[in-house]
Design a protein around this ligand. Structure first.
Ligand code: IMP
Ligand code: MG
Length: 369
C-alpha cells in the first residue's frame, strides 16, 4: 500500500503486466502500419512514460511528438480541457497514432479530435494503454486498447494524483475505503464490553456495530434483510451467515467514511470470521485486532449478581444461569481466539480495575496496531 497526499492506494497492475500490454499494442500497431513511417503523438503529461517505452519497443522507423493537454483536478475528470501545447509540426498526409495513457470520460480525446479536425492527415488512430469502459461517454472509436480497467482512480506509470505518483513503474488503484481500524471486541458477560465500546467509539471515532442491534433494527424496520432473517427465525432455524454478513455490509456501507468499526457479537464461528475477513477485503480493508476483555469467573459472577439486584434482568439473577452464560462464552470464543491468534491479531486485555484503567489498556493495544 502507498500513500500520496491524503489518499491510500493499493498495488493494481504490475510493471510486468504493463510491459506485456504495451508489447501487444506495439505488435498490433506495427502490423497495421506496415511500411509507413508513423508519427506517434503522446498526450502529455500522462503518456510520457508510455510513449518512451512504446517507441523503444517499436520495431521500425517512426517519429515521436507530443501535445500537452490538462483536464484532471484531484481524482475527478473535468469537462474543461486546457490546450497547453498544441501541434508544432505539419502532419499533412501522415499516418498519425495518438498514444494515450488512459481514456476515462473521453473528454480529452474529444479535444484531440478537435485539434486534428483541420489537419489533413492520412489517417488518425487512437491507442490507449488503459481504458475505463464504464466511464467512457463518447463514441469515438478506440483503435488499440491495452488494458480495460474498472472506473476507479489509478496512479503510476505516468498517471498522477495531484502531481504525485507519475514516476512509479507499476500502477496502483485507490483504496475503496481509506485507512480504517477495525476491531472485533469480545468479553464474557459482565466484562464491561458495552461500557468500553462506548469509550473506544468516542476516542477513535469508530462505529460500533452490535449484531444484536443490527438484527433488531432490520426486523423492526422490516428491511428486506430483516424480513429474510425473520423468516428463518420464525421457522425456528438459524439465520444463515450470508444474511448476517449482508446486514453488516449495509452498516459498513452506510458509514463508509468512518475511521473504522467495532464489531460486537460477530463473528461467533470460524466460518463467520472468514466471511468477515472477506467482507473487509472487499472494502480494501481488514480486521486489525480481536480484543478480548479478560475477567476472572468469580469476579464476573459477583458483578452480574450485583447488577441483577438493580437491573431486573432475569439472566443476571441466578448464579447457575450466569455460570452457564460464562461457559458458553468461553466455549464459543476459544475457536475464535485461535483463529485471530493464527493471524497475530489476538489481544487479551485485563478487564479488572477501574473503567478508566481498562480504557487505557485497550487504548494502548489500539495505538500500537
Ligand atoms: P478523460 O478526458 O476523462 O478521458 O480523461 C483523460 C485524462 O484524465 C487522462 O489523460 C489522465 O490525465 C486523466 N485521468 C483519467 N483517469 C485517471 C486516473 O484514474 N488516474 C489518473 N489520471 C486519470
Ligand atoms: Mg493524460
Amino acid at each position: 500500500m502507498i500513500k500520496l497526499h491524503d489518499k491510500y492506494f493499493k498495488p493494481f497492475i504490475s510493471a510486468k503486466e504493463i510491459d506485456r500490454a504495451l508489447q501487444r499494442l506495439v505488435d498490433e500497431i506495427a502490423e497495421d502500419v506496415g511500411d509507413e513511417i508513423p508519427v506517434f503523438v503522446g498526450i502529455l503529461n500522462g503518456s510520457f512514460m508510455l510513449t518512451s517505452d512504446f517507441v523503444k519497443k517499436y520495431p521500425n522507423t517512426c517519429e515521436v511528438t507530443f501535445i500537452k493537454l490538462a483536464s484532471y483536478e484531484g481524482v475527478k475528470s473535468s469537462e474543461d480541457i486546457q490546450r497547453l501545447i498544441g501541434l508544432t509540426q505539419d502532419l499533412t498526409d501522415r499516418t498519425v497514432i495518438i498514444l494515450e495513457d488512459i481514456i476515462d470520460t473521453g473528454n480529452t480525446l474529444h479535444e484531440v479530435y478537435r485539434i486534428f479536425k483541420n489537419e489533413k492527415v492520412k489517417s488518425l488512430k487512437i491507442a490507449t494503454l488503459f481504458y475505463k469502459p464504464e466511464a467512457y461517454k463518447k463514441d469515438f472509436k478506440l483503435h488499440y486498447v491495452g488494458i480495460e480497467i474498472p472506473d476507479k482512480f489509478i496512479v503510476g506509470y505516468g498517471l498522477d494524483y495531484d502531481g504525485l505518483g507519475r514516476n512509479l513503474p507499476e500502477v496502483y488503484q485507490i483504496k475503496e475505503t481509506q485507512h480504517m481500524t477495525n476491531l472485533v471486541l469480545f468479553g464474557p458477560p459482565g466484562a464491561g464490553k458495552g461500557t468500553q465500546a462506548e469509550f473506544l467509539k468516542e476516542k477513535y471515532n469508530l462505529v460500533h456495530i452490535s449484531t444484536g442491534d443490527v438484527f433488531r433494527y432490520n426486523m423492526k424496520n422490516e428491511t428486506a434483510l430483516g424480513m429474510l432473517a425473520k423468516s428463518y427465525i420464525e421457522k425456528g432455524g438459524l439465520v444463515p451467515d450470508q444474511v448476517t454478513i449482508d446486514m453488516l455490509n449495509a452498516e459498513v456501507e452506510k458509514n463508509a467514511d468512518a475511521n473504522g468499526f467495532i464489531f460486537d457479537g460477530f463473528p461467533r464461528t470460524n466460518a463467520q470470521a472468514d466471511a468477515l475477513d472477506k467482507l473487509m477485503d472487499s472494502k480494501d480493508s481488514q480486521i486489525n485486532a480481536m480484543i478480548a476483555l479478560e475477567v476472572d469467573d468469580e469476579v464476573l459472577v459477583n458483578r452480574l449478581l450485583e447488577r441483577g439486584k438493580t437491573s431486573g434482568r432475569k439472566d443476571d439473577a441466578d448464579e447457575t444461569v450466569i455460570r452457564n452464560r460464562i461457559k458458553v462464552y468461553y466455549d464459543e470464543t476459544a475457536i475464535l481466539k485461535d483463529f485471530y491468534a493464527g493471524q497475530d491479531k489476538y489481544f487479551g486485555v485485563d478487564g479488572v480495575g477501574s473503567i478508566e484503567n481498562i480504557t487505557v489498556r485497550l487504548s494502548s493495544v489500539i495505538d500500537n496496531l
